[in-house]
Design a binder for this molecule. Structure first.
Ligand SMILES: NC(=O)c1ccc[n+]([C@@H]2O[C@H](COP(=O)([O-])OP(=O)(O)OC[C@H]3O[C@@H](n4cnc5c(N)ncnc54)[C@H](O)[C@@H]3O)[C@@H](O)[C@H]2O)c1
Length: 265
């Protein structure tokens, strides 16, 4: 019960990593506000949490819309009396387009930047004003390995995540004196879209731990950053990727392949 008595807002919590974090935060004693643009999905996760015996609310909103974000925060402050933890998890990955694709236009760029980067800013801005006046708090952002090593066809996405890492450091400096810690998680290849067993296996081959990650494996690091166990951790980028970003070449292209590893009894 490391988050007992806390109110935590998790954006994009109807599915995947956000859902796993929302469920785990509630199991750790927090009252979780499940946000998502998908109203039905958000209600479903709220219900799952309530049925587990914990407390939760669901507030649908598009994090890229300032008016919807403002209405959501007003509702949180009015109904729950405050906010201690914000997880900026909502994110758009697709459409993936080559930089020279005719559809890789300003509209495509703006949509991904608006949800991922501006959405993070809008929610963090409202939360920070409240937390700074109410004894501090914790903000956790969600980056990607794409912030430091590019994916093919992901220019807008990778740029949005690079922005999130820079924003994390900038907010950590400005907000530290007000008792607000700001960190970012970097998920690796996490199976949130029901990959086939074949693609799970193929992806896993190139990951040092030998497998893709589960959404629940993002939840423990999120609890750590949200809790007092991380009371001296701010401006940090915590990578949770089975070692992916540590490697120079993929396992299949390496000059010292897995087949040469010693067979231990
Ligand atoms: N899954 C991975 O392997 C992986 C890897 C790196 C980074 N990430 C990041 O982790 C976060 C979660 O990813 P996921 O795989 O769980 O994604 P997901 O698609 O499973 O879930 C994302 C959720 O965000 C919601 N959402 C989308 N746009 C929204 C908006 N404008 N306002 C509110 N909610 C919105 C969706 O409805 C969905 O429920 C994202 O920021 C993603 O970029 C994921």
């Amino acid at each position: 019960m490391r988050l007992e008595g806390k109110v935590a807002l998790v954006t994009g919590a109807a599915h995947g990593i956000g859902r796993a974090i929302a469920r785990r935060f509630s199991a750790e004693g927090a009252h979780v506000v499940v946000n998502d643009i998908n109203k039905k999905g958000g209600e479903f996760v709220k219900q799952e949490i309530v049925e587990s015996g914990a407390r939760a609310s669901a507030i649908p909103a598009d994090v890229s819309s300032k008016s919807q974000v403002d209405a959501m925060f007003d509702q949180v402050f009015d109904q729950l009396g405050g906010l201690h933890i914000l997880v900026n998890n909502a994110g758009l990955i697709s459409p993936m387009l080559h930089f020279l694709d005719e559809n890789a236009d300003e509209k495509w760029w703006q949509k991904i930047i608006n949800v991922n980067l501006t959405g993070t800013y809008l929610c963090a801005h409202r939360a920070a004003h409240h937390m700074a006046r109410n004894g501090g708090g914790v903000i956790i952002n969600m980056s990607s390995g794409g912030a430091s090593r590019a994916h093919r066809g992901f220019a807008a996405y990778d740029a949005s995540k690079g922005g999130i890492e820079a924003l994390t450091r900038a907010m950590a400096l400005d907000l530290g004196p007000y008792g607000i810690r700001v960190n970012t998680l970097v998920p690796g290849s996490i199976d949130t879209s029901d990959m086939t067993s074949e693609s799970r296996e193929k992806r896993g081959e190139n990951i040092p731990l030998g497998r893709v990650g589960e959404p629940e494996e993002m939840a423990g690091p999120a609890v750590f950053l949200a809790s007092d166990d991380a009371s001296y951790v701010t401006g940090h980028v915590l990578t949770v990727d089975g070692g992916m970003l540590s490697q120079q070449r993929s396992a299949t292209a390496d000059i010292f392949p897995l087949s040469k590893y010693p067979k231990l009894l």
